[in-house]
Design a protein. Structure first.
Length: 63
């Protein structure tokens, strides 16, 4: 199952989307983005929770 994390859900207006099947890898990748793009060098627990909540199942458009 593929999951996605839309940065827009955490940092409104950001178009970045992290996609992956492994949530830990996805979060690690997202934290790199947060550090590099949003200049957050030490993510707060609140930010991590927001990011976790933002992770969704990727909608496969098949029928
Ligand atoms: Zn972003």
């Amino acid at each position: 199952m593929t999951k996605e994390l839309r940065c827009d859900d955490v940092f409104s207006g950001c178009a970045y989307v992290s996609v992956g099947s492994d949530i830990r890898a996805l979060m690690a990748e997202y934290m790199v983005h947060v550090r590099d793009v949003h200049r957050v060098t030490s993510p707060t627990p609140e930010l991590r929770i927001q990011a976790m909540v933002a992770v969704r199942e990727r909608q496969a458009h098949m029928d």
